[in-house]
Write a protein of this length. Structure first.
Length: 298
């Protein structure tokens, strides 16, 4: 049964961000001087997170919303692979001044949030339909989708940070979680679909998330492409049920999905169809060219 998606509002999208920003501030505020150098995943230290959020929110979100359809033509380049995305992140880190302190990165992070507040605060709800460009696999979306992308990106880092710090709270609001899950269940199948494997094939997967903010989304593969809708299909080929935290652990490489399935952390209905699912949605080659979303909204 399909669920009617509520119309996004500026107040709702900013409210999700404020909730997530408050949680990230609370987590980072507990770090002592020696904690900033601790590993945050295989490649980053904790000090890298606020710096990353500062340039992402400033360059990808605030600038895109402020310029809208007036973005210069030479900036309308879509990053077509994870290698492109990784190269951009690497370049931004090389631009960080030598000796920059965590406090300076925190200050930049908060300034970037203020930029989002400023540009979004000048918008009415009708402005959310305004064409807006971001390079990350998207191209031309609309302002609502760009703010939702910011919320999903922030939610992902909020949840990963909480897990790496082994904290149970603060939890993101159910609204922020639901919006982020809606974003990722649309983006990830598009990014990972093997379009050759999907040619002349039909396959239906339900992604079900438990807990506050959860829900069910159906991903349908048909004739080389896929689409996602917020509903629970009546007779899917496969149902994957998990918590939002489990989902983030997989995204962050904190767990092996096969082991999570074997242990029951990810519950599977229709497990005989897992090989087909794995063929349709294999691990993404970082050099793989990903077509733009090609839509005005996610």
């Amino acid at each position: 049964m399909a669920t009617a998606a509520s119309q996004p509002t500026v107040q709702g999208l900013l409210g999700n961000l404020e909730n997530l920003w408050q949680g990230i501030d609370e987590f980072l505020g507990t770090l002592g001087p020696d904690d900033w150098a601790r590993p945050h995943g295989p490649d980053w230290a904790f000090a890298d997170l606020p710096y990353h959020l500062s340039y992402f929110d400033r360059e990808i979100i605030a600038r895109a919303i402020e310029l809208g359809p007036d973005i210069p033509a030479d900036e309308q380049q879509v990053w077509s692979s994870f290698n492109d995305l990784n190269a951009w992140n690497d370049q931004r880190f090389t631009q960080r001044p030598v000796g920059q302190t965590p406090e300076q990165s925190l200050e930049q992070m908060r300034a970037s949030r203020d930029e989002i507040r400023r540009v979004a605060g000048q918008m009415g709800d009708a402005d959310l339909e305004r064409p807006t460009f971001i390079p990350i696999f998207g191209g031309w979306l609309n302002a609502a989708a760009v703010l939702a992308a910011c919320g999903a990106h922030t939610w992902n880092h909020h949840t990963e940070l909480r897990l790496r710090l082994d904290r149970t709270s603060p939890q993101p609001s159910p609204a922020a979680t639901h919006s982020a899950l809606a974003f990722y269940t649309t983006l990830i199948p598009h990014v990972s679909l093997d379009r050759d494997q999907a040619a002349n094939r039909q396959f239906t997967t339900v992604m079900e998330f438990t807990g506050p903010g959860g829900g069910a989304w159906t991903v349908r593969v048909a004739n080389g492409s896929c689409n996602c809708s917020e509903e629970r299909a009546g007779q899917p080929d496969l149902v994957l049920t998990q918590s939002p935290e489990t989902f983030v652990k997989t995204l962050a490489g904190m767990q092996d999905p096969a082991a999570a399935i074997e242990s029951g952390v990810i519950k599977v209905q229709g497990i005989e169809n897992m090989p087909t699912y794995g063929g349709l949605f294999p691990p993404v080659d970082p050099s793989q060219v990903i077509p733009p979303m090609g839509a005005t909204t996610l």
